[in-house]
Design a protein around this ligand. Sequence first.
Ligand code: NI
Length: 199
Amino acid sequence: MDKKYFPLVAAFCLAIGFAGVAVLYQFSVAGKGSGGNSIVAPNFGGPFELTDHTGQGVTEKDYQGYRLIYFGFTFCPAICPTELAKMTEVLNALGEKGEQITPIFITVDPERDTQEVMAQYRTLFHPRLVGLTGTPEQIEQVTKAYKVYYAKVDDPSLSEYTMDHSSYIYFMDPENTLLALYKIDQTAEEIVKDIKTRL
Ligand code: NI
């Protein structure tokens, strides 16, 4: 992509990161427990049917342990790769403890993020990272279930469309409790510290 558009697209991503805070704020408020670790929401997410980066059809039943889930798109110039790199750093820092966590990247841009694109992109990150894509309808369903905001932005001054999207790393437990939503300003170190208290 043309370098001169980079700040604009990055700003889009960033603005949406903040907009997403408002969308999900209700969960973090509702989920504050008394004492111990707070949780964000019980029985979070829901059923989905998607295709993994190997071309295998999958559902939520294939991922029932601890999960770190990120929604984004491979053409994202800044935020998505930063967050996926952060997820990788977190899992590496957790060492053996991290092996019980499945890292998952779900695209909000199924038009461009085909299985082949996802298979290629995931190699930049954690070796166990699962890349999931699907039909536009399937992506709409899973993003609804996870309260993800996303929208296609067709700016005529850009050669390629971009995507607005909320940006969180979801930490889910085997009972589908959303334990934490890590925001873009949280460091890998802070996330590792939090996860260690919850495993
Ligand atoms: Ni992004």
